[in-house]
Design a protein around this ligand. Structure first.
Ligand code: FES
Length: 125
């Protein structure tokens, strides 16, 4: 999806704080303010007892479990390049879109994520 920005604006028109949040879509959970994620680039939130890492990239927002399957290191401190994140402990790399490990037989849990009405939503399904 193409993201069109107006000259002089840093946010798309639908990002306005003046809008009240839309009601949650069925099956989606409101997990964070989109502004927080926009400013930090990544954010860890607790969703139903699981630490979920939200990552904002040029290719979209992704949500993955914030725990490396190798030895449990939080991935929030890992380097992000395009749609891949590298575990800061031993360098295993994961595709943020699928959760698949790119250099070992392992995978992260992922959730569909999207931004609507200034909020970050995860599909709990
Ligand atoms: S703990 Fe992540 S690669 Fe070892």
């Amino acid at each position: 999806m193409a993201l069109l920005l107006h000259a002089g604006r840093t946010r798309p028109h639908w990002w306005s704080r003046r809008r009240s949040p839309a009601p949650p879509p069925p099956g989606w959970i409101d997990v964070a303010a989109a502004d927080e994620l926009l400013h930090s680039g990544r954010l860890v939130v607790a969703v139903l007892g699981t630490a979920v890492l939200l990552v904002n990239t040029r290719r979209g927002v992704f949500a993955v479990e914030n725990r490396c399957p190798h030895r449990g290191t939080p991935l929030a401190g890992g380097a992000v390049r395009a749609t891949a994140i590298t575990c800061p402990m031993h360098g295993w790399r994961y595709d943020l879109r699928s959760g698949a490990c790119l250099n070992h037989p392992a995978a992260l849990r992922t959730w569909p994520a999207r931004i609507t009405a200034g909020r970050v939503w995860l599909s709990a399904g």
